[in-house]
Write a protein that binds this ligand. Structure first.
Ligand code: SF4
Length: 226
């Protein structure tokens, strides 16, 4: 952290002397990419942008946009759909009965919500809980993509029908991509059904359980856990 601050001070000093750029070697580029000082600054900017966002009509429906919750150093990310009215009220993902259900589901694969940074694909609630529209997803997707870029999770679990719409232009059905590891930049993402959907469609319970077992396997492989 201190090294990053010193470098930044030095660059400002060079800039004041009239240098507009300096050639950077590969090691220096790597340092910039991996240093949390720079990432945290970027994350803070994204957080502020979300907090003040009025890019789509959902800004008139929400009580508050939800940035997410969890350890910024977490190697796992959980992406859920869009805030429901309770999440909108409390300003965090998975509250009340859904929080209990999530803990139960994650416990079945020996994980807890603290292992993840949790965020929504679309950051504001929708009128009456309807699915977000194409324009709303298009306006909002940049936030999630930037969160992934700067948090750099190794493995991502994505719940529901909205997250695939962020990553695929051809709009595949969730049933056609669920349970398969998909590489996106440096992360592996596994799509599956939202636990809330399972409550309304009990037949989905087995499919969700199968996908979670796969997620656990990838988790063990990636983090070399036996
Ligand atoms: S849904 Fe996303 S794009 Fe729309 S207002 Fe909320 S934060 Fe902005």
């Amino acid at each position: 952290m201190d090294i990053a601050k010193e470098i930044k001070k030095y660059l400002i000093y060079l800039n004041e002397l009239g240098f507009s750029y300096i050639p950077a070697d590969e090691n220096f580029k790597k340092l910039l990419k991996n240093n949390t000082y720079f990432s945290e600054n970027n994350l803070e900017k994204i957080k502020n942008a979300i907090a003040n966002c009025e890019k789509c009509p959902l800004c008139r429906v929400r009580k508050q946009p939800i940035w997410g919750e969890g350890d910024l150093e977490a190697k796992l990310m959980l992406i859920t759909e869009f805030p429901d009215k309770d999440e909108d009220f409390y300003g965090k993902p998975f509250v009340g009965a859904m929080e209990e259900l999530l803990e139960k589901i994650l416990k079945s694969i020996n994980l807890t919500r603290k292992d993840f940074f949790i965020t929504h694909a679309v950051k504001c609630k929708t009128p009456g809980g309807r699915p977000p529209e194409f324009e709303e997803i298009s306006a909002c997707k940049t936030y999630l993509l930037k969160q992934i870029k700067f948090l750099n999770p190794k493995l991502i679990l994505a719940f529901g029908f909205t997250p695939p719409k962020i990553f695929f232009d051809n709009n595949p059905t969730l049933s056609s991509i669920r349970g398969q590891p998909i590489k996106i930049k440096d992360s592996i993402i596994l799509f599956t059904y939202h636990p809330n959907y399972m409550l309304k469609n009990p037949a989905v319970k087995r499919l969700l359980w199968e996908d979670l077992q796969k997620f656990r396997k990838f988790y063990e492989q990636i983090f070399k856990i036996s």
